[in-house]
Write a protein that binds this ligand. Structure first.
Ligand SMILES: C[C@](O)(C(=O)O)[C@H](CC(=O)O)C(=O)O
Length: 308
């Protein structure tokens, strides 16, 4: 069995002068494309997988509908997607959003257990209320420090009792309505709860980014670079210079596909044609592991796919 994603992530993060870059993926196909591009780590954006026939509100995945980031996703929705993504390359770390942990400490514990069993390398738990929303929307509400710390202690205790190497990242959303100082106090408390890394959501300036990294050193700090979000746009080079150890761009995959899809579907519906530069079925399936599957079949004496 190859090295686990969790072990690999710990190794990558312990490297001096290195920042772990995790492009956001939202399903198996986007995960495969990120891996083929050479990503050393993946970030699973929070999406919902409802099986009900209600209308799509926002993002879409290959297998199911996806809903807006409003705390609609349940543990099972997230877990199913995480398992799909971790199974693509078990030794490549996957950092997965675990929102609020989906309930009180007992539920947080269940979430941590299930994510670790699914091969997730790191997850983050935040201090928003259950009816949460994307950290880059306005009107967020946070639970008390006590409730937040109980979530984090539940996460750390469960991870430790399992003997898992999965990293627990504490996220706070307090910056928006409670202020930078409160966010800092919350993350200081999070360190005392035994978390491995920190995520101060929606930092509002480069100065805040620099301050956060300095204040929490040597605890590693994650930068959430959301295109069009509240944090000033910065690339990996600048984030690394500031001292961040993790760089996620959660919606990059979605940003890359939504507009081209809108355009392509609209053109077929309205004009009865399309302008796509075809990749072709073979090359499309190659992205999805066609050659590996055929080679495997042949290697064990399967006769069906010997001729390409
Ligand atoms: C990181 C995040 O929680 C996510 O859903 O992946 C979001 C990203 C987004 O919706 O832009 C966030 O709250 O920052």
């Amino acid at each position: 069995m190859a090295m686990t994603g969790a072990k690999r992530l710990r190794e990558l993060m312990s490297k001096e002068d290195h920042i772990v870059v995790a492009p956001g993926v939202y399903d198996g196909l986007s995960g495969r494309i990120a891996l083929a591009a050479g990503a050393e780590c993946l970030y699973m954006v929070s999406i919902a997988h409802p099986t009900s026939p209600f209308p799509v509100l926002f993002f879409t995945t290959s297998r199911s509908q996806t809903l807006a980031d409003l705390g609609i996703a349940t543990l099972n929705d997230m877990l199913s997607n995480a398992s799909t993504i971790t199974s693509l390359s078990p030794s490549t770390p996957v950092i997965a959003d675990a929102d609020t942990g989906y309930g009180g400490p007992i539920m947080v514990s269940r979430t941590v257990r299930q994510y670790a069993l699914a091969g997730v390398a790191a997850l983050h738990i935040e201090d928003q209320v259950q009816e949460k929303r994307c950290g880059h929307l306005v009107g967020k509400q946070c639970v008390s420090r006590e409730v937040y710390f109980a979530r984090l202690r539940a996460a750390v205790k469960t991870r430790d009792e399992m003997g898992s190497e999965m990293m627990i990242i504490a996220r706070t959303d307090a910056r928006a309505d409670l202020g930078f100082e409160e966010a800092v106090e919350r993350l200081k408390g999070a360190v005392e709860c035994g978390v491995d890394a920190l995520f101060l959501e929606a930092l509002q300036s480069t100065e805040e980014c620099e301050k956060a990294v300095k204040i929490f050193a040597p605890t590693p700090v994650l930068l959430n670079m959301v295109p069009g979000g509240k944090t000033p746009q910065m690339g990996v080079k600048q984030a690394k210079e500031i001292g961040f150890k993790l760089y996620i761009n959660p919606t990059l995959g979605l940003e890359a596909v939504v507009r081209p899809l809108q355009k392509a579907y609209k053109m077929l519906v309205e004009q009865g044609t399309d302008e796509c530069e075809p990749i072709g079925p073979k090359a499309l399936f190659e992205i999805c592991g066609l050659n590996e599957a055929m080679a495997f079949d042949e290697s064990v004496g399967g006769a069906a796919f010997g001729s390409k």
